[in-house]
Design a protein around this ligand. Structure first.
Ligand SMILES: [Zn+2]
Length: 172
């Protein structure tokens, strides 16, 4: 699939996209010129809610989506619809912070890294090597799953689709 970059304002959406199983990367710059250079060079798609940046990207034929300012579920549904990619029902086993794949934590490591209360309720624990953080399928995880399912059921208005996504980016 084509690489997706999200601008700084959409960092939260990028995190949710990763949980939805859609690989999205945070743009490491705030400067529009540098952003467009990077995205253009990598032939990626840029997600932004900044109309100025959107218009500028289009002008120089960079693939870009103008993400409507809306709740996270609607934004997820928008990206999924336009890019033709599915939203997972169960959160992907990726680190919500950096998007790397998680590794399962062995029992001994879990004892060191996971609070006792969580260990008494859950069995499977995961670890992000890059952020050095442990995760588990707690109530938080269920909540994420519910919101992904909601996003999967959402319909996008025609207006948002036509104003925010032309020319339509290549599908995968
Ligand atoms: Zn991480």
């Amino acid at each position: 699939m084509v690489k997706i970059y999200a601008d700084v304002m959409l960092a939260k959406l990028a995190r949710w996209l990763r949980l939805a199983g859609i690989r999205a990367v945070n743009v490491p710059y705030e400067d529009d010129t540098r952003i467009l250079l990077l995205v253009g060079k990598e032939k990626a798609v840029l997600l932004t809610s900044d109309e100025q940046l959107f218009l500028r990207a289009r002008k120089q034929k960079t693939e870009v989506l103008l993400v409507p300012e809306a709740g996270i579920e609607y934004q997820l549904a928008f990206v999924s619809e336009v890019m033709g990619v599915r939203i997972r029902k169960n959160p992907a086993e990726v680190c919500p912070v950096c998007g790397s794949g998680l590794v399962k934590l062995g029992k001994n490591m879990a004892v060191k890294m996971v609070p006792l209360q969580a260990r008494s309720h859950y069995r499977a624990f995961y670890f992000c090597k890059y952020c050095r953080k442990a995760y588990w399928h707690g109530s938080h995880w269920k909540e994420i799953g519910k919101r992904l399912a909601k996003a999967g059921r959402m319909r996008i208005s025609k207006r948002d689709l036509t104003s925010g996504s032309l020319p339509r980016p290549r599908l995968r």
